[in-house]
Design a protein around this ligand. Structure first.
Ligand code: C2E
Ligand code: MG
Ligand code: MG
Ligand code: MG
Length: 273
């Protein structure tokens, strides 16, 4: 189409594309250096039980600190880590560090667990379970205090492999959470076929439950379904007290969101515990 509009347009279109490709190559090369220079870190966002408001866990979230004054969130770079498979070494390193940091906290709060996000690239890697077990052994982190978050999208990319891995995780005592639940356009039948312990209802549904009747109905249905299937329900992205009250009223099990805390450096999470 740009070509049909004449030479100049074509040139602009072309140079933008070229610039984009250059930016991309540059960012990827920068991410490699970031890995070598140990510029990645984990933040922790607390999770609470709604029945008594108790802090019961935290989700570990990746951050990139290219300089002491910058903090980059995953939306800016996680796709590139996936694309280049850098996600595998980076997050294993982060996983090991998080287990070491988190472990002493387990004694201070007997219910506390750590939740960690796993990408499709990691799940399809043949060494996934072996590596996971190795790091749990190395750090002496109890499997029962670990939860892994997987999206519906990740699980349906390779159903047979996912089922196999989830069974092994369950056998190890690791809890399995479906992240961003409701956004995956996938069939609910996987809830029947996969061993799932936790549903994390996506924040896009939680965001308007206090103002949008339809969203509230959808969330109510997800909570009821979770209860009937004996799966723990977690509301992601809760930002105000009205949302909290509605979720409590519907007996949603747990919640996480800016209403309670934003993701924070480990040192701050430690103080909180
Ligand atoms: P996620 O796993 O669904 O994580 C929740 C995201 O929601 C986090 O964004 C968190 O900061 C944000 N959030 C929490 N509460 C609220 C709230 O009340 N309001 C709003 N607006 N947002 C809230 P973050 O840390 O930017 O991470 C984005 C995504 O990047 C994560 O979504 C996850 O898919 C991915 N990610 C983060 N860390 C890792 C990691 O270590 N490994 C992998 N594979 N993916 C990761
Ligand atoms: Mg964010
Ligand atoms: Mg998550
Ligand atoms: Mg999520």
């Amino acid at each position: 189409r740009a070509k049909a509009m004449g030479r100049n347009t074509y040139a602009i279109y072309d140079s933008t594309l070229e610039q984009k490709a250059k930016d991309r190559v540059q960012l990827i090369s920068r991410l490699h250096t970031a890995n070598d220079n140990d510029e990645f870190d984990m933040f922790f966002q607390p999770r609470y039980r709604l029945s008594d408001g108790k802090l019961i866990g935290a989700e570990a979230l990746l951050r990139w600190q290219p300089s002491p004054f910058e903090l980059v969130e995953p939306v800016e770079f996680i796709d590139f880590l996936e694309e280049t498979s850098l996600i595998i070494p980076v997050t294993w390193q982060m996983f090991e560090r998080s287990c070491i940091q988190f472990k002493p906290l387990l004694e201070r709060n007997s219910e506390l667990f750590m939740s960690f996000n796993i990408s499709a690239k990691q799940l399809e890697h043949p060494e996934f379970i072996t590596k996971l077990q190795q790091l749990l052994t190395l750090t002496e982190f109890p499997a029962e205090r670990l939860e892994l978050e997987l999206t519906e999208q990740t699980l349906i990319q390779n159903v047979e492999n996912s089922r196999h891995i989830l069974r092994q995780l369950t056998a190890l005592g690791i809890s399995v959470a479906i992240d961003d639940f409701g956004t995956g356009y996938s069939s609910l039948s996987y809830l029947k076929n996969f061993p799932v312990n936790v549903l994390k209802i996506d924040k896009s549904f939680i965001h308007d439950i206090d103002t949008d009747k339809d969203d509230f109905e959808l969330v109510k249905t997800m909570i009821t379904m979770g209860r009937n299937l004996r799966i723990t329900t977690v509301a992601e992205g809760i930002e105000n007290e009205e949302q909290l009250n509605l979720l409590k009223q519907e007996s949603c099990d747990q919640a996480q969101g800016f209403y309670y805390n934003k993701p924070m450096p480990f040192i701050d999470f430690k103080k909180l515990v």
